[in-house]
Ligand binder design. Structure first.
Ligand code: SF4
Length: 134
């Protein structure tokens, strides 16, 4: 998750690049023409990260859904790609209503094309049926 600090909502923002463990402190400014200036990145990937964070922020959604007759009551799931941040709350509301039935294998599609994004939600782990767990 990005660690961003809103300094000036329109013109300046500080954030930590999370692309690698170095964690460069980035400073992004936008001039009156809408052009972005990014400083603090030790490599090009930081500039790409900052640009995406400003223009199209996305996150991989990881959560759980209920599973019927599973060895555990909840199944960890994740989106196959990062989802636009503004859709995360709606995606969570949809997944809160989902219930699957064990057994499930890692990578099984739990919910295809969530919110018409073309992105699937898949199981993050295997889940046996309760009677097969031990
Ligand atoms: S800017 Fe480059 S070196 Fe710095 S944290 Fe991002 S990816 Fe790592």
């Amino acid at each position: 998750m990005a660690i961003g600090t809103q300094v000036n909502q329109e013109l300046e923002r500080k954030m930590t690049c999370i692309t690698c463990p170095t964690g460069c402190q980035l400073e992004v400014t936008r001039n009156a023409d809408g052009e972005l200036s990014i400083t603090g990145a030790q490599c090009r990937r930081g500039e790409v990260y900052a640009r995406n964070e400003i223009l199209d922020p996305r996150r991989v959604l990881t959560t759980t859904v209920r599973i019927r007759n599973g060895s555990l009551p909840l199944l960890p799931v994740r989106t196959t790609e990062a989802v636009p941040k503004e859709l995360l709350a709606d995606a969570m509301r949809i997944l809160a209503k989902v219930e699957v039935t064990a057994p499930v294998r890692t990578g099984d599609v739990i919910l295809p094309n969530i919110l018409d994004t073309g992105i699937d939600v898949t199981a993050s782990r295997d889940m046996k049926r309760a009677e097969d767990a031990f």
